[in-house]
Design a protein around this ligand. Sequence first.
Ligand code: NAD
Length: 350
Amino acid sequence: MLHLPHETLRSFARAIFLAAGSEAAEAGIIADHLVDASLMGHDSHGVIRISKYVDWVRAGLVLPNQHAEIVKDRGTLLVVDGGFGYGQVIGMEAMELAADRAHKHGMASLAIRNSGHLGRIGAWPELLAQRGLASVHFVNTSGFGILVAPHGGSDRRLSANPIAAGVPLAGAPPLVLDIATSVVAEGKIQVARNKGEQLAEGLVLDGHGQPTTDPEAFYASPPGAILPFGGHKGSGLSFFCEVLAGSLSGGFASNPMSPTAGRLVNNMLSLAFDPDAFGSAETFAEDVTRLAGWAKASPPVESGGKVLLPGEIEIATRRDREINGLPIDDETWRRMTASAASLGVSSPRA
Ligand code: NAD
């Protein structure tokens, strides 16, 4: 396992995306998003994705230098088409639009369709919280990310369909919930595979619908499926991610026969709220701060344990990794440096 300073990885990733055809601003946005995801402990959505993104660009599945295009505008309601561009850019531009509308009207509902991978979804409520807004986001994948068995089923029918929500706090980092509705994100199976580790029990089924802990069984032929979290509850939430993010946006729900089935397409429905428009931003902030303190004060069930609020673990991981570097397994580093070499980009010394 290597440990590299995040600044080194930022400039390395930027150089790779620049060489893969992105303009400088775009290359920086993608690099920062992926490095930040790794810094916050979401390795599955961090720099491990670099080589895959390069492969997708080469295959024409992601198109560099696209921008969020407004296709419907009803004031509080916007529909944006991502043109199969990098989700990091489409998501950022769309959130700026949502923030402007929410400040103007008190709330905004923004649907993104046909975006490339939107990465760590927690990045989007964070961005809105920086603008003083509370938000909730539902995401689906209408392209080739169909990986999850519905509760009671045995094969891939739904995608990992994350849900994220965030709220600004006065004088403190925002609280951000950021969860896949699958019991584990696919990238975490990939991380285990790269490390040659077994998975925990209860996460995946093999290609014959039987429980397994072997990550290779998930990628075998026939392929395995990930289980939804919380049985019928996670399965139901995942179903409504398909409906709200996919069907409503016009990006479509999971469908192996869809015209976009060959590429990873993320769709997202974002709802942003200006607390000041509902009442008083000050009272709202006070009440959320009180709630946070109240929940945290619950006596830990285990001695030495503590209650963590949504987003707290990411902040702690970020602090640690900013000091001690980003851990990168050998296989991820090998793939990243091979992608860089294929683009004529030299790798930093590990
Ligand atoms: P996870 O299981 O690590 O859960 C993360 C959430 O749980 C965070 O809000 C975190 O603060 C909170 N949390 C973690 N430990 C906690 C504890 N002990 N107490 C209280 N709260 C705690 O995340 P995941 O479901 O594996 O998702 C990983 C990443 O994958 C996310 O960033 C998600 O957005 C991303 N994802 C993206 C896509 C996509 O299509 N773009 C699909 C699936 C997942």
